[in-house]
Design a protein around this ligand. Structure first.
Ligand SMILES: Cc1cc2nc3c(=O)[nH]c(=O)nc-3n(C[C@H](O)[C@H](O)[C@H](O)COP(=O)(O)O)c2cc1C
Length: 185
């Protein structure tokens, strides 16, 4: 049974939900999952000892959370020695345009360049607008930005743009590679 680390960084919680969903999908396929929030206190697990690693972060002002970037930089040699995957969460992915696709590719390329880690598989998932989680300034800024981008501006509720079936499918499709890794470990 493959033993997989799913590690993530999440500022407002949505990437944590996606990481948990990936973990649950893997567990349904018989994978043993350790879910870890890299922003939580305490020592962060190293990739060694796991058959595979899946990491995820979300984009804020064009950047992934620095804690996940630092973790991947620190462990890039070990990450290169196990099957690995990275998922990026952002709002740009909610737009179905060439421009947004180029931007989301750029976010992944930026992560790879910054960390020196090239995951075998990558995915980008549309995230959420969580007005009710934001502080006053962030809410105001996001409403202005969303008005400009023709997205929802009613801050009395949150908006979830994630294609949860696509998250389940992505996790499920990772399983054969994870199982092979476990059988040769
Ligand atoms: C302050 C702020 C800045 C953001 N900047 C970007 C951005 O530059 N590009 C983008 O595509 N999404 C951006 N987003 C959208 C987030 O990536 C999206 O809300 C995601 O679901 C956040 O995940 P989290 O809840 O794990 O933090 C931003 C969100 C916030 C609140």
């Amino acid at each position: 049974m493959p033993n997989v680390l799913v590690i993530y960084a999440s500022t407002h919680g949505h990437t944590g939900k996606i990481a948990a969903r990936i973990g649950a999908a893997l567990e349904r396929d018989g994978v043993t999952v350790t879910l870890h929030d890299v922003r939580a206190c305490g020592a962060h697990p190293a990739p060694l000892g796991y058959d595979a690693v899946i990491a995820g972060a979300s984009i804020h002002a064009g950047h992934d959370q620095r804690e996940l970037v630092h973790w991947a930089e620190r462990h890039r040699a070990a990450l290169g020695s196990v099957p690995s995957a990275f998922f990026s969460v952002c709002l740009t992915a909610a737009d179905d345009t060439d421009e947004s696709r180029e931007a989301t590719r750029g976010y992944i390329a930026g992560f790879v360049e910054k960390t020196g880690w090239t995951p075998a598989r990558t995915a980008t998932f549309a995230g959420a607008l969580q007005y009710r989680e934001y502080d006053f300034v962030t809410r105001l800024m996001m409403r202005l930005l969303m008005r400009h981008m023709h997205h929802e501006t009613d801050a009395s509720r949150d908006y979830d743009y994630t294609d949860w079936d696509a998250v389940d499918r992505w996790a499920h499709e990772l399983v054969p590679a994870l199982a092979v890794a476990a059988s040769v470990a």
